[in-house]
Write a protein that binds this ligand. Sequence first.
Ligand code: AMP
Length: 142
Amino acid sequence: MSIDYDDQNIFAKILRGEAPAHKVYEDDDTLAFLDIMPRAPGHTLVVPKTPARNILDATPDQLLAVMKTVQKVARAVMKAFGAEGVLIQQFNEEAAGQVVFHLHFHVLPRKAGEPLAPPRSDIEDDAVLAENAAKIAAAIER
Ligand code: AMP
């Protein structure tokens, strides 16, 4: 298993401002932005601002900062989407389904009886993402 960090991954580019993102929250240590291929409206990703490939090489401080933001975003998506629950997902290494090799947690608002959309390969409409990002940002408790 490799634990090398490749700083050309797309989330590193977002963090450096070299790629766009619909940001919903940011602090000194973490960034939260919308997944461009959402499996539910409001599907958000939370990343540390410093390099970590996944949970296997992350430091306790990185995990602490990220989980604090995951909770903040989880509460916000519950409110913003009138959700009844929230699913947190996180994948480590290719064998476990990791595709982007910068540590990230998925935050997915859920409603009873509404099945999770299957993984998709089409990018959500930019206007929809912008609207959903604004809703979540407005619901974040500061
Ligand atoms: P995984 O590594 O399996 O957790 O999957 C990576 C996730 O990142 C997928 O849900 C993708 O839809 C998402 N993704 C890939 N590129 C971007 C991007 N440029 N902005 C936001 N989300 C992305």
